[in-house]
Ligand binder design. Structure first.
Ligand code: ADE
Length: 235
């Protein structure tokens, strides 16, 4: 699978791939990472890629020309590339999106800087637009990386142990039950005794109870969803 990051600041992204699980996947050629700098397409004599907003407003907006040309070039090289824009003004990115996008061959992320991107670029080129949460980052690079990471780990072979993908939070509306590692007691704190007794059916029901408790505390709206799904399955 290929990811192309359309960004003015590829060095913000490159570092992540030098030291993560994804590094191994890149070495095995399961993932390929490309960068495309819109500045290289600017027709401005100073290679400017931003301008003041038409109609006023604070801050600079990434202009249409350099992004139009960069994205035309990208599409010329691969007409099937799936182009994603990241911005706070979008639908939230969720686990189902990560799983769906992991089936694509080539995904490109367009990261905005400054006050955003000329809307005409999004209108013309976006296959999808995502926000990673209700807060404003200084640029889209982190958001692009977050999505790339979440998509990559759903790609066959990227995680060494594919089992760890199976029963994760967000695969169901419930949050995951807590995990513990050895030793069984540390500084007087023990893991729940049921975890130690080896009765797997009892461990499963304890984990379910703990999952429900965590979900009720942290994400009550998810618990409602969980009970609705359960009720629908019964009917
Ligand atoms: N760019 C700035 N903030 C963002 C957010 N919350 N999600 C996606 N892209 C962004």
């Amino acid at each position: 699978m290929t990811f192309t990051f359309v960004t003015l600041f590829s060095n913000l992204i490159e570092g992540y791939f030098k030291d993560s699980i994804l590094k191994r996947a890149i070495e095995k050629d399961l993932l390929r990472i490309n960068y495309l700098d819109p500045r290289g397409y600017s027709k401005n004599k100073h290679f400017k890629v931003d301008d003041t907003a038409v109609g006023g407003g604070a801050g600079m907006v990434m202009n249409a020309q350099s992004l139009f040309d960069a994205l035309d070039d990208l599409k010329k090289k691969d007409e099937n590339v799936h182009i994603i824009f990241v911005t706070p003004v979008a639908k939230p990115f969720v686990q189902n999106d990560a799983k769906r996008l992991a089936k694509k061959n080539h995904v490109a992320f367009v990261s905005g800087r400054y006050e955003g991107i000329d809307e005409r670029v999004i209108e013309k080129y976006a296959d999808e637009v995502f926000s990673i949460g209700d807060y404003i980052l200084t640029g889209g690079e982190l958001a692009s990386l977050v999505i790339c990471d979440a998509v990559s780990r759903n790609r066959e072979g990227v995680l060494g142990n594919s089992e760890s993908l199976e029963i994760e939070s967000f695969e169901t509306p419930l949050l995951e039950a807590p995990s513990f590692s050895k030793p069984k007691t540390y500084e007087g704190l023990s893991v729940p005794s049921e975890y130690l007794k080896g009765n797997h059916s009892k461990i499963r029901s304890l984990k379910l109870a703990l999952s429900e408790a965590k979900t009720k505390f942290f994400r009550p709206e998810q618990l409602i969803k969980y009970h609705c799904v359960g009720a629908m399955k019964k009917n």
